[in-house]
Design a protein around this ligand. Structure first.
Ligand code: ZN
Length: 488
């Protein structure tokens, strides 16, 4: 031990990192692959749960601080609903987290500790919700089978988790070469690491096999997995566009597709999902957000509902007054489909954007939002658009109260805490603004930043807020403690 630390100390920082990467990736993978008699079982390796959780936290921070995530509440809420519905089929104790990467490459990945990333390019390339769900199911299966953690379990204990997390994120997102953090260091290594992260054929067929079950149990079409991967592979062959990133880390073979197809045949016929146009609406949203250059969508039935949604969506980005007929059609959609939350969130945003103050319209919209929060307590999109409507109607105290009551019951709290911080900052309540920003950072695993912001908050906090801060620190003392890693 001492001997190794001595070596490490003498090396310059880049070399130290280089050593770390090699130690981390190469021996761990090869040694374990050699020892493993069968990759089909997930419990062969007693990997360290705590290390995986720490690495997951660092990975989460890296995603949020170094990459473009898509924070559109509608988009993330939609993806998370699909993801968590399927994750609930797994019997896993790990808490899955689903994030959307704002990137037009066709990609998805499973990071450490159940963190799954879906690129916007993949959402746009899918033909329907079943295909999108199929890829998510496949990634969930990589997690439940511990495919990634098998590679890093040995050495991450003494390593700098933030560095590993950053490298993993870069490699999984497919931005390895252009990573701004370690450009020179990575240049010579990128090929090797890419190879290490490429899932083996065994892992791929296992992820298909297990994933198809999650897919089918959630009421999706089990054929969608083979269909989607086959179509992507065919596109690659025809060279219609550049190789989808996902095929690099998830290699597709004819055999793999045939296996998926056979597997799908044995599963119960699809119990039809409730007819729903949410997938089409989310694709439209992504298109209007600047994904116009992406290939044309494979699905667009232009129903009156979709046309109405699209008109109101486009009107959010213009300065022109909203034609009354557009508002009326949206109000009718909400009235006729009270559970279709995407119609409601668009209506709430439309009222704010076009400065509509009619008390009757506002009050109806508020009732509708209350109703949705009751039935979907995890729906961040409804919560945030409701908060914005309340601020628009000069009811900031109610907006703050709503955020405080509902954020705690939400699975993802980052955006809601950020919103609280923003509201307090607008009111020049700096201590509160710092405190809630600290909570937001804590939620994405950024411990350093959390500690800094808590310190800032304490400077001007009143007695009541100070108590709150202390209580938070006590409740999370274990996570907030800085890990003494490589403290030479
Ligand atoms: Zn895969």
């Amino acid at each position: 031990m001492n001997h190794r630390h001595g070596i490490v100390k003498k090396l310059s920082a880049p070399f130290y990192h280089l050593l770390l990467i090699l130690v981390l990736l190469t021996p761990a993978l090869t040694a374990y692959a050699a020892k493993l008699p069968d990759l089909g079982s997930s419990d062969l390796i007693a990997y360290n749960v705590e290390v995986e959780q720490d690495l997951g936290r660092a990975f989460n921070t890296a995603l949020h601080t170094q990459y473009n995530l898509n924070y559109d509440p509608d988009v993330v809420t939609y993806i998370r609903k699909i993801g968590h519905e399927m994750a609930s089929q797994t019997g896993e104790s790990r808490q899955f987290k689903f994030y959307v990467i704002d990137d037009l490459s066709i990609n998805a990945f499973a990071g450490p500790n159940g963190i799954i990333g879906i690129h916007t390019g993949l959402i746009l390339a899918a033909k329907n919700e079943d295909e999108l769900a199929a890829v998510i199911a496949h990634e969930i299966a990589h997690v439940t089978q511990n495919h990634l953690s098998r590679g890093h379990e040995v050495n991450s204990k003494q390593s700098n988790l933030n560095t590993i997390a950053t490298l993993l994120a870069a490699a999984l997102i497919g931005m390895y070469d252009s990573s701004a953090v370690y450009p020179t260091l990575l240049a010579g290594l990128s090929l090797d690491i890419e190879k290490q992260l490429k899932n083996s054929r065994l892992h791929e067929s296992e992820a298909d096999h297990i994933g198809i079950q999650f897919l089918s149990q959630s009421g999706y079409d089990p054929h969608a997995m083979g269909d989607f991967f086959a179509r992507l592979a065919k596109k690659e062959q025809n060279n219609t566009f550049k190789t989808p990133e996902i095929l690099r880390s998830h290699p597709v073979t004819e055999r793999r597709i045939a296996e998926s197809e056979n597997r799908a045949q044995t599963l119960p016929a699809r119990h039809p999902k409730q007819a729903n146009n949410q997938f089409a609406l989310i694709q439209l949203k992504l298109k209007t957000q600047g994904a116009q250059q992406s290939p044309p969508l494979l699905t667009q039935k232009n129903t009156p509902a979709i046309a109405c949604y699209q008109k109101n969506l486009q009107a959010l980005n213009t300065h022109n007054p909203l034609p009354l007929s557009d508002l009326t059609c949206l109000q009718t959609l909400v009235e006729q489909n009270p559970n279709h939350w995407l119609y409601t969130t668009l209506l709430l945003r439309t009222l704010v954007k076009h400065q509509i103050n009619d008390p009757k319209i506002i009050s109806t919209a508020r009732h509708q939002a209350d109703y949705l929060l009751d039935i979907y307590p995890n729906n961040t999109a409804v919560l945030l658009s409701y908060v914005n409507l309340l601020r628009h109607s000069n009811n900031t105290p109610k907006a703050i109260a709503l955020l405080k009551t509902h954020t705690k019951s939400q699975r993802y709290r980052y955006l809601a805490y950020k919103k609280l911080s923003e509201i307090y900052a607008n009111q020049q309540q700096t201590a509160e603004a710092h405190f809630f920003l600290a909570l937001a950072q804590f939620n994405i695993g950024n411990i350093k930043r959390t500690q800094y912001l808590l310190k800032q908050a304490k400077i001007t906090a009143d007695r009541f807020l100070k108590q709150q801060i202390v209580r938070f620190e006590q409740e999370n003392s274990k996570s907030l403690k800085t890990k003494k890693i490589n403290n030479h």
